[in-house]
Design a protein around this ligand. Structure first.
Ligand code: ATP
Ligand code: MG
Length: 349
């Protein structure tokens, strides 16, 4: 486990002070794929770099598997660092060395026996699917292939933690997906704990199980990815979630209910299992004296779970609507009345 307790970092440049990290309390469990998201300057990279002692906090404590990394002796710290690999947005690979030599580099620095280096590099080339590029120079390779070299190099020394700083930010969407799939494979097959810094919420939704949202050096929200996606609380989190799940009713559809004089409620329905809301909605329509009008529907797969968000106009008497709401609760469909749209409607009418 990686644990942050009241961690702070102040950068002092001449007379300027920047609070890059403030009151950071965080627990990253072994085996997690933990995402750190925030806008530029939020402090994500600084936080990540404190884990492998590239950046020393000005206050607080960081422990990795029970060891306070800032009270280790230089020798112990060197040993600890070998258990933590890192990959970067710009890949940071050496253009003057071949793919094979790049991956072998950390092993050579560790004075690993030659035969072992050869075996390990070949293993890594296979793992990242670059066997046919072993003697090429990186200059000839694509961004995705370069990142695969970066990943193989980071994993060569068999670390238990992998830190990823915007590793997919320079890649196109398709290549991003293939690198994310590789990171997932590293987590599953090698049991490596991964901490991912990103400003893209789709990176979080595709592979992370936990997420912390950062703003101006602080963590404003953290939790299970599916919980954060279904009930974001902070404004910044809501904005990030919107980049993946757009759950605003299109203006055109709102207009369709402007003139509706019947009694109705606008509900935001949320379901998290594989049972579809559709079937629950169909049941509700059959069982109670109501009519439903779906204004918005989104179904996403997050963490191999289905998250459905529907915005529905339910038309009927208060009593029948109440019955429908009870039916939703009974069948695990969460609901929330959307007052804000009613307000919007009043303004227009
Ligand atoms: N070495 C440094 N010296 C002075 N200030 C720094 C240093 N490194 C970072 N900062 C400042 O600390 C704050 C956090 O920076 P950091 O790089 O951690 O943000 P970030 O969330 O990673 O941003 P980005 O998405 O742009 O990479 C910023 O205000 C930055 O200017
Ligand atoms: Mg950064």
């Amino acid at each position: 486990m990686i644990k942050f307790e009241n961690v702070g970092k102040v950068f002092t440049q001449k007379k300027n002070k920047v609070n890059a990290l403030q009151d950071i309390n965080l627990e990253i469990e072994t085996g997690d794929i933990f995402g750190l998201i925030g806008f530029s300057g939020a402090g994500k990279s600084t936080l990540l770099r404190t884990i492998n002692a590239l950046e020393k906090p000005t206050s607080g404590k960081i422990t990795v598997d029970g060891n306070d990394i800032y009270s280790l002796s230089p020798k112990e710290l060197r040993a600890k660092r070998k258990t933590i690999g890192m990959i970067f947005q710009q890949f940071n690979i050496l253009e003057t060395k071949t793919v094979w030599e790049n991956i072998a580099l950390p092993l050579k620095l560790n004075h690993t026996p030659k035969k072992e280096i050869e075996e390990r590099v070949d293993q890594m080339l296979k793992f990242v699917e670059l066997e046919d590029k072993r003697d090429e120079y990186p200059g000839k390779l694509s961004g995705g292939q370069k990142q695969r070299i970066g990943i193989a190099r980071a994993l060569a020394t068999r670390p238990s933690i992998l830190l990823s700083d915007e590793a997919t930010s320079a890649l196109d969407p398709k290549t991003t997906d293939s690198i994310l799939a590789l990171l997932k494979k590293i987590n599953r097959e090698l049991g490596v704990t991964i901490v991912i810094v990103t400003h893209e919420m789709n990176v979080i939704s595709s592979i992370c199980n936990h997420v912390a949202v950062m703003e101006a050096g602080r963590i404003v929200e953290q939790g299970n990815v599916i919980d954060i996606f279904s009930e974001p609380k902070a404004d910044i989190t809501k904005n990030f979630v919107k980049t993946v799940i757009q759950d605003e009713v299109p203006e055109k559809l709102l207009q369709s209910i402007y003139e509706d004089t019947r009694n109705y409620k606008l509900l935001r329905l949320k379901f998290q299992s594989s049972d579809s809301t559709e079937s629950v909605l169909a049941q509700v329509n059959k069982k109670f004296d109501i009519e439903t009008n779906i204004l918005f529907a989104n179904i996403s797969e997050i963490q191999e779970q289905i998250l459905g968000i529907h915005i529905v106009q339910i038309i009927g008497s208060d009593i029948e609507i109440k019955k429908a709401e009870q039916y939703f609760t009974l069948h695990g469909v969460g609901y929330k009345e959307l007052e804000e749209y009613k307000e919007e409607l009043k303004e227009v009418v």
